[in-house]
Design a protein around this ligand. Structure first.
Ligand SMILES: [Zn+2]
Ligand SMILES: [Zn+2]
Length: 270
């Protein structure tokens, strides 16, 4: 299995750190997790033909994680995707996709859908809103476990995913606070890619504790749960938020063995 980190940034426009998105290559497929700013362009840079992208998994619907969705969906269809896109996400995913594709872009789709150049199937999509506390989906050659995690969750549902194939595992986390469901999901993971948004002091002092995980807490629990490789991402990129500082804070608890400061277009194999 291979992980390609497409974007290591978050909200702030930054040319070196694009929005949250990553691909897991498994079973001959490219699975996309989140679709943040510039995800489509980064897919092209990673050499992944966008028209072959058929499965998309959302962690949650903060705009930094989904704002490239309409562009990816429509451009992949127009450029040749000839099957419906399969989309999985938390509560609200169906409504999000429908608002864009059945309302905002409905007339655009209707102008193209009967043109012989465009597939009649590629403009369709199937959504699964995951309402269960935890769920496992089985696919040909791999399976994906998912649980709800905590990130302003009285307003917005959030999922984390664990992809398993050939005895290996990759855990994909969007935004989260430290929570039991995630610790259980990540137990013994070969690789986990996890948010690292603000330094610990900023998290503790600036009311970010219901949104994000402090780097020190992340290092501690990931170590305790036997995560083998921990990749950091979702850097806030703003004055006073240095990646090196956050990396060192995680390292103080996790150690430097297996700890990686993620960067755009990084590829890792398990
Ligand atoms: Zn985010
Ligand atoms: Zn978020």
């Amino acid at each position: 299995m291979k992980l390609i980190l497409l974007g290591s940034g978050a909200v702030r426009p930054d040319l070196d750190h694009w929005g949250p998105a990553q691909v897991v290559q498994v079973g001959g497929e490219n699975l996309l997790f989140d679709c943040g700013r510039g995800a489509t362009m980064r897919l092209v840079q990673a050499g992944i033909p966008i028209q072959q992208l058929k499965r998309l998994f959302f962690t949650h619907h903060h705009f930094d994680h989904n704002c490239d969705f309409a562009y990816l969906f429509l451009s992949s269809w127009v450029l040749g995707r000839d099957v419906p896109m399969e989309i999985v996400g938390p509560r609200g995913t169906q409504a999000f996709c429908d608002a864009l594709l059945k309302s905002a872009y409905r007339d655009d789709i209707d102008t193209r859908r009967f043109h012989p150049m465009y597939s009649a199937h590629g403009c369709k999509y199937n959504v699964r809103d995951v309402l269960e506390d935890e769920l496992t989906l089985e696919y040909e050659g791999f399976r994906i476990r998912m649980v709800h995690v905590l990130h302003k969750s009285h307003i917005l549902d959030n999922l984390a995913y664990r992809i398993e194939a050939d005895g290996k595992s990759i855990v994909i986390v969007g935004d989260t606070t430290m929570c039991q469901s995630l610790m259980n999901l990540a137990e013994g993971a070969d690789l986990m890619v996890h948010e690292c948004t603000f330094p610990t002091a900023r998290i503790r002092s600036a009311k970010w504790e219901s949104f994000h995980t402090a780097p020190r807490d992340l290092g501690k629990w990931a170590k305790a749960r036997g995560v083998k490789v921990l990749v950091l991402k979702h850097y806030a990129i703003q004055p006073g938020v240095e990646i090196e500082t956050m990396f060192d804070e995680v390292k103080a608890e996790f150690g430097d063995q297996g700890l990686i400061a993620g960067h755009d277009l990084m590829t890792l194999e398990v």
